[in-house]
Every structure is written in structure tokens, then in C-alpha cells.
Write a new protein. Sequence first.
Lengths: 410, 417
Amino acid sequence: MRLELYRVLQQCRRGVLLDLGLSGEHSLELPGCLLYTRCGTVPHLTYHTLCTLKHLPAVTQITLDSLAEHQEVLEEFQEGVRRFAGLKDTLIFCSLHDSAAPNHTGYTTNKTVSVWGSGGRIELTVAQYMALQKAIRPNWYQSMADGETRQLNPTRKRVCKAVDRTLSHLDECLSLHLKTEELRGAEIFGVVEGADVLEERVRSARETAKRPVGGFVLDGFHTEAMSQELRSQLIMAVIKELPENKPRVLLGVGHPDEVLACVEDGIDLFEGFFPFQVTERGCALSFSYTLDPNPESTERNGREFEEIPEHRESETLGHQQKKTPFEINLKDRRYQDDFCPLVVGCGCYCCKNHQRAYLHHLLMTNELLAGVLLMVHNLEHYCGFFCSLRGALESGRLDALKKKVLQGRV
Amino acid sequence: MAASTERETDMGSVNAGVSARRAVSSAPPLALRILAECPVSKARACDLTLPHCTVNTPVFMPVGTQGTMKGITSDQLEDLGCQICLGNTYHLGMRPGPEIMEKAKGLHNFMNWKNNLLTDSGGFQMVSLVALSEVTEEGVRFQSPYDGKEILLSPEQSIAIQNSLGSDIMMQLDDVVSSTITGPRVEEAMKRSIRWLDRCIAANKNPDRQNLFAIIQGGLNAELRKACLEEMTKREVPGFAIGGLSGGEAKDDFWKMVTLSTDYLPRAKPRYLMGVGYAVELVVCVALGCDMFDCVFPTRTARFGSALVPWGSLQLKKKQFAKDFQPIDPDCHCPTCKRHSRAYIHALFKCDTAAMHHVTIHNIAYQLSLMRAVRASILEARFPEFVRTFMRRMYPSRETYPNWAVEALATVNITLD
Ligand SMILES: [Zn+2]
Ligand SMILES: [Zn+2]
């Protein structure tokens, strides 16, 4: 794995990861996002519907939350999750938790972490964690980490303990990694913890950077955990401690505005759970992100504004994450006879073949196809946003992109 | 526009292909060309030309109740070779309703489906799904489950909705009674269905582009069936359905009504057996002379993890498949079997709806390829042998063949070994 930077502006980087995969056949443009999956499947999608997407991320993310319960099966299968899940031609990044799933606290001990599958909690020691990685055979995986401090107001002592534990887990993982034939060629990503305590963040980053890791995972910066201001402050302090030649993955952050800010702070890779969350609440990403060379011409990506406010009642979305200003709620009655595509000009399968009124109907009748079509659109839109972001960095127009993305906000 | 041009071309080629031996019925917008008739049984293979494309029969029509084939996109359904599928008038009439359908310029457009659509009349759902429904000469009166309003579904109303849906084949509103009921109510329902057929024919605004099929009623009573057949076949309708069956009646009664109906139905028009879709029923009823079938079973059972295979079905959620790394059916060419194992689908059922989509795709592929195999055997004059092979594969031994199937096949000269 080799990181090549095309353009660096202060912390912000535009680059590419080269020579990825066992035979070095893959590359990954930065900044970028990972392909979100559960049990090795992009939610709702089959291979056919997935293949309609044009900008698919080269790296697929899987989580132990959805895979730990299948350890025995994977061990018997012997060829890793990529083949088990029928995912051809992709790299696998294995992380601990599903950022779109509810998180649990109170189960982490000095020696173990817990994951939650369909059958409940599974507790893992480092040895079990590594046995699982051996069965999964990822290309990259994060080391075992105590990420519990993303909860509000952990004590300083608890934060310190989380950093210590995470470092000791990393050392154990690294030593087992070397002894595991099946993981030859795979990279461990060290995890930076430290919650909102600046000194602990810096210590965690500095110590992790001393280890032979392939890259860094920045944990505990989740959208719900802190403000963007604090997040940026902490990330910048962390990044100062990290070598330039290794990628930095940020967990738990997916809103476009936060992504833009974190890219400026020096983040290379994001998780892809946000489009899934938007899908689950029956919404379609609709924010603008296309920078037109000619500002006079009509915008290609989406309506600039939704003139009529949507129904209040439809804004309460139960247990789902709250609707963000980057999406439209297709359950709203105003879409029942709206025969426009979800986003005018969008080239996704859904927008090329279906209209808002149809999606509204599918959502109102609880039809499974709603999830399929929304997932296709939201993924395409989100990946398109990252494409545009990379283009903006190349042409030095990040500010223009930020303005564009933020102007649709309510 | 494209559709109508295409239709003319299709009809042209059908007419050009008329030979003395081949029967052609051409009451636009439908043409049935009988390609082969089994020399032993009543089975036949036809090309049924409809406004959106030609359908190769015998055909199984998957059911897309609310304007969608569950989690399958219209492209995926088309890729599976589906030439005609169903939409439900009752459901679509309630949501999104005829007004939206008119604005959407029909169901084909709304769901982006390029091939043919058949819509039912809504009567069956009304009687089976809505608790408070009342049938009078006027129509079926019921309370909307969505807003509690009282609604009357008359023959005219049913056709108006189906006209707004723009389906290639519409079904008449019939007076549906349970197939297990006996007595005067069955006769009343049969006679009312005939009167309603006339009202439906008169109400069809688009006879040039939407076919209206009559539905033969009469319960399990042979005399009533015959009376219904005699009356209905006097009407100028482009096709006939055999209705009022597959509602829990004994299989012995069921097949007798089917074979009686096909005996009296005109040879030159398509015959649609409603609500039938188990593999063995399909094969037997093709032998009895039916051309078209529909059933929710293959897609519904898929969502519960049941995959159809030539030797029965696999309950993929069962633990025994957790480490079974073979495809559902190693001989199946569907996208699911080409890519995924039983073990993976078993695992996926625990966390994502895509597991259902995989099995739905496989089950539709199974039904469609079964019918393609049936058709090929008829065209090659080896249908009876096909039936024997099919039965041997489906059942562990001769003793486990269902009696009704053995008897029904015997009446059309197909003996099982
Ligand atoms: Zn789109
Ligand atoms: Zn298959």
C-alpha cells in the first residue's frame, strides 16, 4: 500500500492509495468513503442493483457486529468474507461496530470488547478478535479498541483507561497478526481514542503512530458525541501526531457538512452509513454538490431549494436518526403526484426510471422496493458528492463547494 | 406511442405467419397463435400477442400486488424473461388511486414496466380482505380500510380503475363465493357474474388497447359451470379465466372443474387459470389445457426463506443450511444461484431484506424456467415424457405422487410410471 498525495493545502489532502489488494490491482482515491455493508451486503441491494451504480467505492466496509455470529461458518468456509458474501473485485475493511446501529455501553472490560449480532451480545478477547479476523480475511482491519468513551461525559480517568487499553490491544493484535498466515498482506489500522480530552487524544495518536500500523482509525468523533467545532479542534491535534504517508479513517461522521469540515482537518476516509440512514427513514439525498464551470447555467444536481416546507408531522421519524437538511422526505404528501425524478439530472437507476410519486407510493404501502430504489439513489448521490469533493480539491474550489452544499440547508 | 407501433408490427408478423394448420384468433388487441398441441393430452403451446409484447404460453405470471414485484426492480424482472405480470386493482385503486394513475399515464409508466400487465377486478380481494363487504346487484359495497369511507365497487367502477391502470388484460368483476360453499348462493353468483360481464364489456373505454377477460364461475357444480361456460362463450371477449377455484376446495373437485372448463372453452382463445402456482398444479393443469397462471405463492414463500427447487423446496432459514456452501439449485442459472450459496443467504436472512430479494429472484426464475421447459416439451411433442420426468424428480417415489394428479393426468392419457 502506497499513499500518493497530489495536493495538500494546510491539513487538507487530495491523493490516492495505490498498490492495494494482494496483487496490488486496486487503488482508492482520497478523500473518499467506504462502501457500507451489513453481513457483506449493501442493505437492500443485490449484485444487479449494486452494479447500476457508477461511482462505487473500491473498499467495502464490513463490521464485526454483523459478522461475529458467523465465525464458525466462515472458519469452515476458509476463503474469507469476500468470497462468502459473493463480493467480487473489492477490498475489505473490517471495523468493530456498525455506526448505523444503536450502540451499547457497559460491557467493555480490560480484556474484552462486545459486539451485537442478531442473536445478541458476543464478547471477544484479543485472541478471539484475531481468530475472527483470520476467518474473515480482510485487506484492512482496525485493531481491537475500547470505544466506549464516545458516551457523554466519561471521566478523565475512564478516558485514560480507554487509551491505555486500546494501545495494549493494538500491541497484542500486532503480535498475533504476524503469526497468522491467513492475514499476510493485510494491514492493521491503529485506533485513536481519547474522547473529548485533548491531551489523551494526542497521547493516543502519538503512541499509535509509533507502532507498525497501515493506517489510522479515528474513533469516538461521532455526530452525536460532539460539536463540529470541538471535533475539528481535536482532529487537528491528532493529525499533527500522525505520519503523512498513512491513511486516516474517521468513524461515525457522515453528514456532508461535517465531511467537508473534517476533510479540511486532514481526514482521508469516511464510513458510508449515512446514505443508509437516509434510506431507512424514507428520504432521498437532494443536496447540490456540482460545481459548474459556468455559474450562469442551470444546476445539474438537484433543486437548490425546496420552496414549500414539508409537513411537520412527517419530520418526526420515530427511532430513526433525525432528518437532515440534505434530504427530502418522500413520505410527505406533496410528492404523491410529483412526477419528477428524486433529483433532476441524477443519473442513478432510480432517477432514470422512476419518479417521486412512485417512491411515495412504495413508502406508503411499505413495499420492499422503496428501500432498494432509495438506497441506489442515496449511494449514487453520496458517492457523487465525494467525487465532486475530490474535483473541488484539485481545482482549489473547496470553498465554492462548501457554499454550494450548505446553501440548501434549512 | 412506441408500444402501439410495436404492436402493429407484432400483429403483422403473426398474421403473415398464418398457415392453414394454425388457428389464429385476432380480435385486437390480442392474437393467439397455437404453435403446437400435445398429441396425447390437452396441453398446447401458443404465442399470445398483447399490446406490449408477445407472451409465450404456457405462462406463469408473477404477482406484483401494489405496482411492484416486491424487492425486485422492473429491470431485474425483465431480465428473468418475464413477459407479463399482475397488478391488483383493489390495492392500486385504494393507493395511489385512479386519479394518480391517470396522471402517471397508467401503471406501466408508474412502475416502469415495459412488458404486459394483467389486472384483476378487485372483487376477490374485497371479499377476502375486507371484513365488512356486501354484494348486491349493483356491486360490492365495502368500507375503506384506510379512511373508513363506504365505497361501492361496481363492474363499471372496476373497469374504470382498470382503464386508468392501462393493463393489457383486464378481468371482469365477478361475484366471488368461496369454492367450498354450496346451495343457491353459488348459482346466484354465477348468474350475476354473467350480468356483470355484460356491464364490464359495455364499460370498457379502451377495447382497442385493453383486453377484457370473462371469468367462468359456478363453484364445484358441473351443471352450473357448464351453464356459465355456455353463456359466457357467447360473448365477444378475447379470453377466458377459470375462476372460483384454488380456494381450499378438495383437489379432486378442483381438477374436474378445470378440465370441464377447458372442454367447453373455445380453442382459439387463451385460458387463464386463476390463483394456481404450485409446480405440480401448473404441470397438471397445462395437461388439462390451460395457458396462463398466476399465484402469489412463489414470491410470498420466498420472503419466508423458502426456495423452490425441482425436488420441492428448501427452507433456507433452517440451521441445516448454515454451512451449506452450494447454490440453492446447482443447475439453476438465475443471478442468485450464480453468485450466492445457501449458507450466505441463510446468514443474510438474519440482517437484511436483500436475502428475501435473492430468494424471490430465484423463485421467479424457477417458475418461469419450469414453464419454458413445459413449453419446449410441447413444441417438441414430448410433453407426456416431460411430465413423467418432472414427477419422478419432484417426489421421492411413485407411492408419494398425489392421487388427484395421477387421476387428472390419466384422464388426458398421461400415465405415470
Ligand atoms: Zn438518483
Ligand atoms: Zn436460482
